[in-house]
Design a protein around this ligand. Sequence first.
Ligand SMILES: [Zn+2]
Length: 84
Amino acid sequence: MSKATCLAPDCEATSRCRGNCSRHYNSLRQLILRSKENDEPVTWELLIDAGLATPATVDHPLSGFITGVLATLAERRRSKESTS
Ligand SMILES: [Zn+2]
């Protein structure tokens, strides 16, 4: 299985969140935040409908990241113990 790439046109970066690379994900997030004041606010649902984003895969956006950080720290601790 090949790595999923960003859904943004002409972007070859690996998708990180909601089908977008971190750069485009942040741009979309800014767009959503800015458009909240508009008559027709942009939402993740609209972007998903348009094929520009995918539904969030985890309940909390940072839970996967935190799990990865903890696993990395535990791994480093283990390798240190084994060499000393
Ligand atoms: Zn991108």
